[in-house]
Design a protein around this ligand. Structure first.
Ligand code: ADP
Length: 479
């Protein structure tokens, strides 16, 4: 039984993005529309956003005093989305990114995103002036965490709520002195509701008060209930295990398509020959010599989470064995230095570009043989999905969404023709070194490698399955 969903978040592709959260928030309405679900997305009207859309908006909600200033909600259809922009200049019309001025987090972030959550709850209760009332409020991450709580504290309402965890590392902590300013009841400041080790946590508020909790892969859903991954919230999540589920993210298979006309060397599962040309072009672009073994690529934030230090340690044996490596990313200065050091030590085999470059990313997926993702934790991960789509086989740590999307080349999977990459555990130098050794051997076995590439390229990495799973979750909430 399809219905109406109000999705509330701080980011949405293609309007504002700092991470994978934005991709999912922007993709879900389009994925769910064919299944009959009417989804609107509420986001803050950051500086310049309304102007960027260049469309006429309709005011559907207003308040002369929202957390210290006047505010309206402007409805607009743009980019294939039904958007609701929360226009509150005292909160959002300022220079910088969504969360910071470029260097420091905005000190009023608790108020800024509590206001977003407050408005979501108000709209969910029928506060909009255009008659559109959702059946479900879907909150994303800590920025929307108070929305299910406000809904609950406001008394009985026929609206159900879902919260999705995209990254448990950000929990929306604030001092309890802000309780009243955030329009939260003082008596809810206890460990069973809003309190988290003496502070407020908006993410915890959402996890306690939403009807359902989801995260972005089934394995991460289980990991989150364990101390190694739950970052202090494992007990809260485990206590609600019966309403927790993991639903994988999909990728935009039009944007990430090795056969797309825009590609210099388009190839498909039936005709993979041009992939060799893309590989040669990538080697030439980085000024590398011939690489007889597998050409590995890394496209990533260069951080400890992503296991980049493990690559620095494990690469020399792989390179000496005939492999090559091309790295694109930026982040931790020490890790950037380590990657540059590899390139200096292996000038014919290692290319490194420090920076962010979407077009180069596409060329790397087209030209690479394997994509390395040795993450210490990975809620879902997108790069392994792009790798599958491009026949660039993922070599990944067996954690979170990586474990759920890559079929390890064990004996049975190889025999069945289902293997699509290599997974390893634990996430340490020894396991990565051993797996890269295995990768060299597999690559030398050309028929087996080709079979794995075909299986990888046929993997269902789009939104088809997950959109049905979200739809089933919503439908279940409404029965
Ligand atoms: P996370 O969101 O934790 O950074 P994901 O794998 O979910 O990791 O998403 C990262 C996205 O950003 C992918 O689309 C990846 O291709 C892209 N990306 C990361 N670093 C770069 C870079 N330096 N240049 C181009 N794209 C990048």
């Amino acid at each position: 039984m399809p219905g109406r969903v109000l999705s509330v978040a701080s980011e949405c592709v293609p309007l504002v993005k700092t991470g994978g959260l934005a991709d999912v928030v922007g993709a879900l309405p389009k994925a769910l529309a064919p299944l009959g679900w009417d989804m609107r997305v509420l986001i803050p009207a950051y500086r310049g956003l309304a102007a960027k859309l260049g469309r006429k908006t309709r005011t559907v909600w207003s308040d002369p005093a929202l957390f210290g200033g006047p505010a309206t909600v402007e409805a607009v259809e743009a980019q294939g989305l039904s958007l609701l922009l929360l226009d509150a200049p005292h909160l959002y019309d300022r220079p910088g990114g969504p969360y910071s001025d470029g260097g420091h987090d905005f000190p009023d972030n608790p108020e800024r995103f509590a206001a977003l959550s407050w408005v979501a709850a108000s709209l969910a209760r029928g506060g909009g002036t255009d008659g559109w009332v959702p059946d479900i409020l879907h909150a994303h991450d800590w920025q929307a965490g108070f929305a299910p709580a406000y809904l609950r504290f406001g008394g009985a309402a026929p609206v159900k709520s879902v919260i999705t965890i995209h990254n448990i590392a950000f929990q929306g902590h604030a001092s309890p002195e802000r309780l009243a300013a955030l329009r939260l009841p003082l008596h809810e400041f206890h460990a069973g509701s809003l309190e988290y080790y003496g502070n407020l946590s908006s993410l915890k508020a959402g996890l306690v008060h939403a009807d359902r909790i989801t995260t972005v892969s089934p394995t991460y859903a289980e990991e989150l209930m364990r101390p190694e991954f739950g970052m202090g919230l494992q007990g809260v999540i485990a206590a609600r295990a019966e309403v927790v589920s993991g639903i994988l993210n999909g990728v935009d298979t039009e944007l990430w398509d090795p056969a797309a006309p825009g590609q210099a060397h388009p190839y498909s599962v039936q005709n993979r020959k041009p992939k060799a040309e893309a590989r040669a072009a990538l080697l030439a672009e980085f000024g590398l010599g011939p690489v007889e073994g597998p050409l590995a690529i890394v496209i990533s934030r260069l951080t400890a989470q992503k296991g980049i230090d493990l690559i620095a340690a494990a690469a020399p044996e792989f390179l000496a064995g005939g492999g090559g490596l091309v790295v694109l990313g930026s982040g931790d200065p020490g890790l950037e230095h380590a990657m540059r050091g590899l390139a200096a030590a292996w000038p014919d085999r290692v290319g490194v570009k420090i920076g962010y470059d979407e077009a180069l990313g596409h060329r790397m997926f087209a030209g690479g043989d394997v994509v390395l993702v040795p993450s210490r934790f990975e809620p879902c991960g997108l790069t392994q999905l792009y790798g599958l789509r491009y026949g660039t086989l993922p070599v990944v740590a067996a954690t979170g969404g990586l474990a759920d999307t890559v079929v390890h080349a064990n004996t049975m999977a190889l025999a069945a023709g289902t293997a699509t990459g290599l997974t390893f555990h634990p996430t340490d130098v020894l396991a990565l070194t051993q797996t890269l050794r295995r990768c060299l051997a597999l690559f030398a076995d050309r028929p087996t490698w080709a079979r794995m590439q075909r299986a990888a390229m046929k993997s269902p990495v789009g939104w088809e399955t997950s959109s049905r799973t979200y739809a089933a979750l919503y439908a279940d909430l409404l029965t």
